[in-house]
Design a protein around this ligand. Structure first.
Ligand SMILES: *Cc1c(COP(=O)(O)O)cnc(C)c1O
Length: 375
């Protein structure tokens, strides 16, 4: 299955992973098809139990996507108009979009140079009387310093909703992300570390009241069938996806470990190159490398990306524009240069090919091409 290098190295490849588990997945999918139980039922409930156990929480509520997970979390906490929620400007739009969608106001705090994550030291200064929650994002698979963040949150009585979409399996000092804050939100979008063959999401918590409210809200705000007490939504993980995720969950640690080995190797060969900064893990953090994102300095990122492309190395830019400078958030009044670390990151980041099955040969091609382009 290793692609010829005359060919190209893709940024990610989700088909290779499927070939490894094809027989298991086919059998499970056929079983669901034959069962006639396509929505809910024991397979979805079984996955929720397994995922809760894996993350190390008592409750898991599945839903339709990572975006829905975040939206439902805010709804469950009754966050809405007049409230503020602190988050990072250097993330996928979904993180902030849901804050706006419930009628609250996103407040962006700049990021840390080294990890690309929310700078925990700047959170306290952004807190007002309206602040209800913080949404840290464990970006690219790297955990936020959760010990420090929980201290700030506790001191100011804030709820912490972890955006774990890119970090399933990562941990901070041995505790899995999604089990440290009050609520954890996961995405099973196909390119995430634990990816379905379609959309899917999950919410984790140790609070049974929050879990009950999440279940109520994701089923149209009905406690009993056809007794509607609050405006909710329809957000479900279907049985077929749950069956596939049950299988993939058993491989997740193995795959995350393979990603880790790729990261170690990239680090070893790219560590000392002038003009290039490689990602670092904080002491205490164990990442799962959804992305391996370097910084290319001196305004060379875009030219390096196209030179790599010419050599068949496909890279991605996550994210080319921080959220506080998006047209949709013009109304929030952020100025060019106001969150300088995030802005600079958006101009320098380049995500190299990263997936568990990336061969040594492919890695070498990435490494030598990059050195060549920078020379
Ligand atoms: C993917 C992602 C989401 C949204 O997940 P979906 O399942 O695509 O809705 C949210 N936050 C971050 C950081 C993501 O990477």
């Amino acid at each position: 299955m290793v692609q010829s290098l005359n060919h190209s190295v893709p940024a990610f490849d989700i088909k290779q992973q499927y070939t490894i588990i094809e027989a298991e997945v086919s059998a499970a999918v056929l079983e669901v098809l034959a069962s006639g139980r396509y929505i809910g039922g024991p397979i979805v409930a079984g996955f929720e139990q397994q995922f809760a156990a894996y993350i190390g929480v008592t409750e898991c509520v599945t839903c339709n996507s990572g975006t829905d997970a975040l939206f439902l979390a805010l709804k469950a906490l009754n966050i809405g108009a007049g409230d503020e929620v602190i988050t990072t400007p250097f993330t996928f739009i979904a993180t902030a979009e849901v804050i706006s969608a419930v009628g609250a106001k996103p407040v962006f705090v700049d990021i840390d140079q080294t990890t690309f994550n929310l700078d925990v030291n700047q959170v306290a200064a952004a807190i007002t009387r309206q602040t209800k929650a913080v949404i840290p994002v464990h970006l690219f698979g790297q955990p936020v310093d959760m010990a420090a963040l929980m201290n700030v949150a506790k001191a100011h009585n804030l709820v912490v909703i972890e955006d774990c979409a890119q970090s399933t399996g990562a941990n901070w000092v041995g505790q899995k992300v999604g089990s440290i804050g009050h609520i954890g939100c996961f995405s099973f979008y196909p390119t995430k570390n634990l990816g379905a063959c379609g959309d899917g999401g999950a919410i984790t918590t140790n609070d049974p009241e929050i879990a009950a409210r999440l279940r109520f809200l994701k089923e149209h705000g009905q406690k009993n069938r056809y007794l509607c007490e609050e405006i909710g939504v329809n957000s479900r993980l279907d049985a077929m996806q749950a069956a596939i995720l049950q299988i993939k969950l058993r491989y997740l640690d193995f795959w995350n470990n393979q990603r880790r080995q790729v990261a170690v190797r990239y680090h070893q060969y790219l560590n000392q190159i002038p003009g290039l900064i490689v990602p670092q893990e904080l002491a205490g953090g164990m990442g799962v490398w959804n992305q391996y994102t370097i910084r290319v300095q001196d305004n060379k990122r875009d030219s390096i990306q196209s030179l790599l492309q010419q050599r068949g190395v496909n890279t991605m830019i996550y994210y080319p524009r921080p959220l506080h400078l998006q047209p949709v958030y013009e109304n929030l009044g952020y100025k060019d240069g106001q969150l300088p670390v995030a802005q600079q990151a958006s101009q320098e980041v380049l995500s190299l090919p990263m997936f568990p099955e990336l061969s040594e040969e492919q890695q070498n091609h990435v490494i030598y091409s990059l050195k060549d382009c920078l020379a």
